[in-house]
Design a binder for this molecule. Structure first.
Ligand SMILES: NC(=O)c1ccc[n+]([C@@H]2O[C@H](COP(=O)([O-])OP(=O)(O)OC[C@H]3O[C@@H](n4cnc5c(N)ncnc54)[C@H](O)[C@@H]3O)[C@@H](O)[C@H]2O)c1
Length: 263
């Protein structure tokens, strides 16, 4: 857990996100929490958003210097909520340096047994929600004078995984190509757009659902490093791509997968 004060950082030894304002979606999920903590620990003012506004407030209250941050309920599928949230950010901070499109939902069905209603919901949240974050958040980043968008994708955005999670793979494949398309649109306008592709990450939710099962065993066995990833390891990659260490990186995909896609 990273709970450093402004001016102190975990790992890097300097505050590379000092004075940056960064919005995170899906902030109270397993990976989102660690993204928020890491960005805050590196000096950023974080806008923590998720479906449950109270959970976002609790998360922010637990950060060092909570007054520097902001919490808001945001359903990423709602364009009107995006417009309001970004407008509130502009009013409160007068800038936005980065958007971390992390919120998503998954699916487990295959190409044959995926349910149409579930498929459409997964696309709405995991794909369209990411686009709306780029559209509305990215516009304010551009107005600020440039910055970064980091889209949390998945190894299932590039490879077939275990031949299930079909709708999720459809959404994440789109996130991968939307990232590159938007990166080219903004290439000369100062907004960098990159995607992070986690392998299987040992969040509490994943452990509760799969620990001890055959699926869990296969996840570990198929990861060349022989273990699942940690949410903090995804958060570290986010902090890098969101900040000024990555100023010549756009349209790229960063696998945080223990070697899964190299095999
Ligand atoms: N955990 C993994 O193994 C893994 C692997 C690859 C990619 N990812 C990606 O990492 C990101 C975070 O995943 P996680 O493991 O923390 O999942 P999680 O389910 O713990 O967190 C996802 C968050 O998204 C939020 N969310 C769901 N619908 C939303 C909506 N309509 N509007 C706003 N927020 C919404 C949820 O409330 C939740 O807090 C996701 O993009 C996921 O696809 C996770």
């Amino acid at each position: 857990m990273t709970t450093g004060k402004v001016g102190k950082t975990m790992g890097s030894g300097y505050s590379r996100l000092q004075d940056k304002v960064i919005l995170v979606t899906g902030a109270t999920g397993g990976i989102g929490v660690e993204i928020v903590r890491r960005l805050a620990s590196e000096g950023a003012s974080v806008i923590a958003t998720d479906l449950d506004a109270t959970a976002c407030e609790d998360l922010v209250a637990g950060l060092s210097e909570p007054g520097r941050h902001h919490a808001a309920g945001l359903d990423i599928t709602s364009e009107s909520q995006w417009i309001k949230t970004v407008s509130d950010v502009a009013d409160k901070f007068s800038r936005l340096d980065a958007v971390i499109n992390n919120g998503a939902i998954g699916s487990i069905g295959t190409v044959l047994d995926e349910d149409l209603e579930r498929y459409n919901r997964v696309i709405a949240v995991s794909q369209t929600g990411t686009w709306l974050g780029m559209k509305h958040g990215g516009a304010l980043v551009e107005k600020t004078g440039g910055g970064a968008i980091v889209n949390i994708c998945s190894i299932l955005g590039t490879v077939g995984g275990m031949g299930n999670s079909f709708a999720y793979a459809a959404a994440k494949g789109a996130v991968r190509t939307m990232t590159k398309n938007a990166a080219l649109y903004w290439a000369t306008k100062g907004v960098r757009v990159n995607s992070i592709h986690p392998g299987f990450i040992e969040t509490q939710q994943l452990l509760e659902r799969y620990e001890g099962t055959e699926r869990y065993r296969v996840m570990v066995a198929n990861t060349p490093m022989g273990r699942l990833g940690r949410a903090t390891e995804v958060a570290a990659a986010v902090a890098f791509l969101a900040g000024d260490d990555a100023t010549f990186i756009t349209g790229s995909e960063l696998n945080v997968d223990g070697g899964w896609t190299a095999a």
